[in-house]
Every structure is written in structure tokens, then in C-alpha cells.
Design a protein around this ligand. Structure first.
Ligand code: CTP
Ligand code: MG
Length: 228
């Protein structure tokens, strides 16, 4: 199956609070976005990547990709207001022969080849799959400072990316959900809502999403560990 990854990198990184958007901050000497693209490009199942960035950053990212001799970049397109808008722009730029699509956060540079291949393999056979890890903390639902409920930890997973789907499954879910709000921040939520079962593929805790400054410190440490 011809396979593409949509890499979403059009966010503003507000929780990082840095002058430079978080996807362009360095991790082990190269921009986080480049580290993410390198990890994906080394996967033999990945044929092509569509990169979704802010309109204003397209030129910069194009240059960055050239500088780092990035392979498999098929298109660099402008993103939208919400993450889902960015994914939708990415879907519009897929190659017509693509049958399997993964969506990955640019802010997850520590994803491994094994994780990417595992989620692609599951989606290939089952139609829809996401990476995730069992939660370590006990999770409680809270409203107005009061605990409402303690959720059964043994059933809970924290969801990562990549998430992968048969192209039609993801396109249909995005199309059908256009008018509906509050369906969650990831693509699997839309696909679940559309009634398609999503397979959970257990990944690694190291596939963290760089969100706040302390995540950068952890990511640097994990990167060093990877090289040992
Ligand atoms: N993203 C995107 N388009 C948006 C919003 C987010 O492509 N309109 C991307 C981000 O660039 C990131 C991924 O989706 O790679 C996950 O989002 P998140 O970690 O929330 O990043 P930001 O939205 O940039 O950060 P914040 O929520 O702190 O502003
Ligand atoms: Mg965000």
C-alpha cells in the first residue's frame, strides 16, 4: 500500500512560551521538526511525507529541509487554525495513489522506527490504529476543584502519534465531522465518532510530545540515552 505521513507543524506552541515556535527549537543540535522528519524518513514503509506548516513559515521550512537534505518530502502546505484544519489541508495534498495515511505531530521527534512500522502494520490490516501507552498515574475527573470520579486506570491509555488509517476512513471521518465540534484533538477521535474501530498499538513512554519547557530537558536526556 502506498503510504504517506502528514506531519502537522502549524501550531503556535503557546504552552512552550518561547520566542521561536517549539517545532523549530533545537534538539541535539537540529530543529525538532527536522528530528521528527528524520525519524519518519528512515521507515521503509513510508513513501512520502506531507508537511503542514504556517503559511509564513513555508519558505523557511523549505530551506531547512534542503539544508538537512531531507528525503521523501512530497509537499509543504499551509495549515489552519485548529490541528484538525491542518490535517485536512494535509489530506488535500496527498498523492493520488496513496492508500494508507498516518498523521504525526511534529512535536514528537523521539518516535522510533519500530513504533511507526507497528502502527502502520496494524492500520494496514485493521483500517485504523493509534499508538499509545498505559497511563501511569491514577486519573480523576475534576469539576470546579472537586473530584467527581476516579477512572479505572487499567483501562486507560495516553494517546500518541502516529495514528494511521486507510485513506478513505480518514477522509470520510474528516468530511463527516466538519459540522460537528468537540470531537477531541486527535484523528482517532474523529474515526471513532464515525463508527470505525481503532486498534491500540502499545508504544513507548519515550515518544513524548514536546509541549512545555521541561519536556525539552527530558527530550535531550532521552536523545542521549538513545545514542548509548
Ligand atoms: N498543529 C498544527 N496546526 C494547528 C495546531 C497544532 O499543525 N492549528 C500541530 C502542532 O504544530 C504540533 C501538533 O499539531 O506539532 C500537536 O499540537 P500541540 O502540541 O498542541 O502544539 P501547538 O498547538 O503548537 O502548542 P500549544 O497547544 O501549546 O499552542
Ligand atoms: Mg495545540
Amino acid at each position: 500500500m502506498h503510504t504517506e505521513v502528514i506531519v502537522v507543524a502549524a501550531g503556535s506552541g503557546s504552552r512552550m512560551g518561547s520566542d521561536i515556535k517549539k517545532q523549530y527549537l533545537p534538539l541535539a543540535g537540529a530543529p525538532i521538526l527536522i528530528r521528527t522528519l528524520q525519524a519518519l524518513a528512515e521507515c521503509s514503509s513510508v513513501d512520502r511525507m506531507v508537511l503542514v506548516v504556517s503559511e509564513d513559515d513555508r519558505e523557511y521550512v523549505h530551506t531547512l529541509c534542503q539544508e538537512h537534505q531531507m528525503m521523501k518530502i512530497g509537499a509543504i502546505v499551509a495549515g489552519g487554525r485548529e490541528r484538525q484544519d491542518s490535517v485536512r489541508r494535509g489530506l488535500a495534498a496527498l498523492d493520488e495513489k496513496t492508500e494508507l495515511v498516518a498523521v504525526h505531530d511534529a512535536a514528537r521527534p523521539l518516535v522510533t522506527m519500530e513504533e511507526v512500522e507497528a502502527v502502520l502494520a496494524a492500520a494496514r490490516t485493521k483500517g485504523a490504529a493509534t499508538l499509545g501507552v498505559p497511563v501511569k498515574d491514577t486519573i480523576k475527573r475534576v469539576a470546579e476543584g472537586l473530584v467527581q470520579e476516579t477512572l479505572p486506570r487499567s483501562e486507560l491509555f495516553a494517546v500518541h502519534t502516529p495514528q494511521a488509517f486507510h485513506r478513505r476512513v480518514l477522509e470520510d471521518a474528516h468530511q463527516r465531522s466538519l459540522e460537528v465540534g468537540g470531537l477531541g484533538t486527535d484523528d482517532a477521535s474523529l474515526v471513532e465518532w464515525a463508527g470505525v474501530p481503532v486498534t491500540m498499538v502499545e508504544g513507548r513512554y519515550t515518544n513524548l510530545k514536546i509541549t512545555t519547557p521541561d519536556d525539552l530537558v527530558i527530550a535531550e536526556a532521552l536523545w542521549k540515552l538513545k545514542g548509548e
